[in-house]
Design a binder for this molecule. Structure first.
Ligand code: NDP
Length: 256
């Protein structure tokens, strides 16, 4: 059966590494003949490398890498408004860009780290959603599209030392749930995928670039791979139009 994703335009934020990169590769693997991928992040060189990786096995997939910092809402407006005509008709938005800064008790978290986490994980995700929704709604067939937000188990089960990050992901969860209810009975699906521990650059960012500290996080356990999460994202996007995989929690079994 032909993939339901055939001919679609998929926009992924934070596609330069980890889960976002894996989603790009998985969309391309699932639908290698006729797909457009708009890949955004701050590291344009890493995005171009992802585009090269895709070109190696999915020649029929067009990739548009775009440097974009989601923590700057005005840049998001400019990016969406400036998309070339043939790339404007976005069908699926994967709001994946996100980060955690530090492990510290709440009183010790710096205002700069608090802003970075909220601006990226919450304000950025909301601003991107607001920028893309008019494209979904303006479709000649009456409005259609998928918003897939990457939340976290941290949004459901807050942990000591991660209060701000957990709060950002709880905010993502509330926003996603409310938006889904606002759009009920339309053909716009609002989906949240909440991973548990996944081995990516996430912990390197958390420890301000300290790779040794990051490696220790995964010692003695068997975390998810980014591909494990990407498979679920692509599965959700590929369901029949009236099937909404609204919410998924996925974690490695040591984390139960
Ligand atoms: P990575 O650090 O590997 O990926 C994060 C991505 O977000 C990168 O592509 C990074 O790109 C991008 N990003 C960060 N800040 C910005 C910004 N201001 N503007 C644009 N892009 C940005 O980590 P993961 O793949 O693990 O993280 C992806 C998502 O998954 C995040 O939302 C994270 O919270 C969530 N998650 C991760 C878990 C884990 O254990 N790894 C568990 C649960 C959820 P660049 O630096 O080039 O801008």
């Amino acid at each position: 059966m032909a993939s339901r994703l055939m001919g679609k335009t998929i926009l992924i934020t934070g596609a330069s590494s980890g889960i976002g990169r894996a989603c790009a590769l998985e969309f391309a693997r699932t639908c290698p003949d006729n797909l457009k991928l708009i890949l955004t992040a701050r590291r344009i060189d890493a995005l171009e490398k992802v585009a090269d990786d895709i070109a190696r096995y999915a020649e029929g997939v067009q990739v548009l890498p775009v440097k974009l910092d989601v923590s700057k809402p005005q840049d998001i407006q400019g990016f969406v408004g400036g998309l070339p005509e043939e790339w404007r008709s976005v069908d699926v938005l994967v709001n994946n860009a996100g980060l955690v800064k530090g492990v510290a008790q709440a009183p010790d978290i710096s205002p700069a780290d608090i802003s970075t986490m909220f601006d990226t994980n919450v304000t950025g995700l909301i601003a991107m959603t607001q920028a893309i929704l008019p494209i979904f709604k303006a479709r000649e067939d009456g409005g259609r599209g998928d918003i897939i937000n990457i939340g976290s188990i941290a949004g459901r089960e807050p942990y000591p030392g991660g209060s701000i990050y957990c709060a950002t992901k709880a905010a993502v969860r509330s926003f996603t749930d409310a938006l889904r209810r606002e759009l009920i009975a339309t053909r716009i699906r609002v989906i949240e995928i909440d991973p548990g521990q996944v081995e990516t650059e996430f912990s390197i960012v958390r420890f301000y670039g300290d790779k040794e500290k990051a490696k220790k996080v995964y010692e003695g356990c068997d975390p998810l791979t980014p591909e494990d999460v990407a498979e679920i994202v692509v599965f959700a996007a590929g369901r029949k139009e009236n099937v909404v995989l609204a919410d998924a929690l996925v974690f490695p079994n040591h984390q139960v």
